[in-house]
Design a protein around this ligand. Sequence first.
Ligand SMILES: [Mn+2]
Length: 300
Amino acid sequence: MITVMTHTDSDGVISLSLFLKKIQGIQVRAYFTSPVQLRDIICRSVQRKKSLGELYIFDLAGENKAIFAAAIYDKVLWVDHHQWEPEEVPSHVDVVIDSRAKSAAHVVAEYFNIQSPLVELADQIDTNDVKDELAERIRETVGAIRHRHSGIDLNKKLEKLAYELATEDFSVLDSYNELVSDYREWINRLRDDATKHTRIYRVKGLKVAVYEATEPIPVYLISNELPDDVDIFAVIIYMPPKERRRVPVTKLEFRTRTSKNVLKLAEFYGGGGHPLASGASVTDIITVPELLKAIELLYT
Ligand SMILES: [Mn+2]
């Protein structure tokens, strides 16, 4: 059995689609996850399995513990484009990182020598530089599925989409029209709220915009509407405690409109990503004054 772990976003879905194209649609066990949850997902994925086989990891930044966890599989291929450096890598684990690639899908395609229109679409979506209507439709479809579903259900829906996209018959996207139109309504309300409630701060000559939310949101939508001179755009998402997780979690998303390096800010909070788009997940409550203080410390 082949196991694939990939990022819960368009680039992650397309990376899986390309891999499926390569292996000609053979059934895989797919997990959609985030860098923060990866190690845990790997550990859970091996429970009660007699044979483990191959593990493929796409579009997820790792750290040593995650690499060691992955190494329990017979063979591992890890393909990514985030900015990170593996320390100790066992010989049966192959880590391929190209942090200059616009998308992980791009690196996957190059590694496996796959030609597909999906690569260019992933590049556009992952760099927030969407030009093709088809790229926008894929981005919206993934957003709509993520907004509507969660847990195992979300995993199944994204897996289904990855198989559908792998066929490169993009008329399959029509079946998501209703879901996408509901999603657009939610987006419009979100945009209005963001316009009203995004606050601008001056931190030592930097223009910092902050938006606070209580559920995960597509950050690019708000970021795209901000003035061009916003150096740092921070979205603070307060995730209330729930049954399986008794502590509050603050998700942080950072973007920039002036090419300011926001990766170091994410790294400060134990996260990662890219110089122009990064994020972190903190098991604590991070307030706006705390965040502004961190920016002041890091950018002087
Ligand atoms: Mn990516």
